[in-house]
Design a protein around this ligand. Structure first.
Ligand code: ADP
Length: 358
């Protein structure tokens, strides 16, 4: 129990399996198991016990998933998958994609690219999506961590793991490190009674300060609580590019609707423009949920009417089942907007404050 800090249930199951395998391997290596024989003799079976040593062998193979999650990936998200947010995309292209793709150009022109970028705005507006898209379009590796998980899953190991993440990132450069819900590990120092986050912020700052210019590592943080972030994190050379990711306006909502209905068979009466107009306050995530719900309604109807039958192929179903305007309207009754005018005003005010303090 002591040495399996940070292991979740599935990790422990894997550990037990690996330990049993280690025991089996040991007996095979010792020549105790004769493959020619029809049965394993009873005495050998009785000796087939998983020992402490087998568990330690297994520990070399099984990593806690908290750390496995920081494994590198190249996300499969493109700029096209992000609806609207044209200005934000442009800014990310210049602040992340160009420096990662053309580091020599920045050196040659004497421009210092930002090390850290903070995306802030209401939940579900596409911050994670943007980070993945910019990593992919920059042909960079992507490491994603979530602030709250750093605190809960990595108990006692958080600082070590942060160091490890930055080491992996440097090794695999160009790399984008994405820290979602960064406010969880970086609230104003002195506000946490047990000082855990104070130590984490210090570790994060040390790592960020240690990144060499043009070393191909960029950190993108995301938060919906920019007001509680420790100001030390926002100083020059750290998260010094602050970008608001707002709830989409009508034009952006139309783009998002187009993205999410790409593979949905729409009835002729569906007017995406009208849906865009009617979805004020809906975020990208809300719109995605509405489209899914509308398609589910169409599916329910088709199943009830016996239009979908077992064994039918996807193409045939697409030609026979259509999602109608009525389905969208019903879906919108169930899934409402998640961002109010007041909320957007709150973020605009913070945007103003950030601009003034720069
Ligand atoms: P955030 O990180 O801001 O909370 P996410 O990027 O995780 O939001 O968005 C959740 C999901 O909502 C995305 O995976 C995507 O399907 C959808 N979504 C959000 N914003 C957009 C957008 N601008 N264009 C297309 N889809 C979006």
């Amino acid at each position: 129990a002591e040495v399996t800090h940070g292991f979740v249930g599935a990790d422990l199951a894997a550990l037990a399996r690996e330990a049993a395998m280690a025991a089996l391997r040991r007996l095979i290596n010792e020549g105790r198991i004769d493959f020619e024989a029809e049965h394993i003799p009873k005495e050998v079976l009785e000796e087939l016990k998983v020992t402490r040593r087998d568990f330690y062998e297994a520990l070399k193979m099984v990593e806690p998933s908290a750390l496995r999650e920081v494994l590198l990936e190249v996300p499969n998200v493109h700029w096209d998958d992000v609806g609207g947010l044209e200005e934000v995309k442009e800014e990310l292209r210049e602040a992340v994609e160009w420096p990662l793709k053309y580091p020599e150009a920045f050196l040659g022109l004497g421009i210092t690219p930002p090390k850290g970028i903070l995306l802030y705005g209401p939940p579900g507006t596409g911050k994670t999506l943007l980070a993945k898209a910019v990593a992919n379009e920059s042909e960079a590796n992507f490491i994603a961590i979530k602030g709250p998980e750093v605190l809960s899953k990595w108990v006692g190991e958080s600082e070590k793991n942060i160091r490890e993440i930055f080491r992996k990132a440097r090794q695999a450069a160009p790399t984008v490190i994405f820290i979602d819900e960064i406010d969880a590990i970086a609230p104003r120092r002195g506000t946490d009674v047990n000082r855990v986050t104070d130590r984490l912020i210090n570790q994060l700052l040390t790592e960020m300060d240690g990144i060499q210019e043009n070393s191909g590592v960029v950190i993108i943080g995301a938060t919906n609580r920019p007001d509680i972030i420790d100001p030390a994190l926002l100083r020059p050379g750290r998260f010094d590019r602050l970008i608001l990711v707002p709830a989409p306006d009508e034009k952006a909502r139309l783009e998002i609707l187009k993205v999410h209905t790409r593979r949905v068979p729409l009835a002729d009466d569906v007017k995406l423009e009208e849906l865009a107009r009617k979805t004020e306050g809906y975020t990208g995530a809300d719109i995605e949920a509405v489209v899914r719900e509308a398609a589910m309604l169409a599916m329910r109807r088709a199943l009830q009417e016996g239009i979908i039958r077992p064994g039918m192929k996807a193409d045939e179903i697409r030609s026979k089942v259509k999602v109608t305007m009525r389905d969208f309207e019903e879906a919108m009754k169930k899934i409402g907007p998640s961002v109010s005018k007041e909320t957007m005003e709150y973020y605009r005010r913070i945007q103003e404050q950030f601009k003034q303090s720069r």
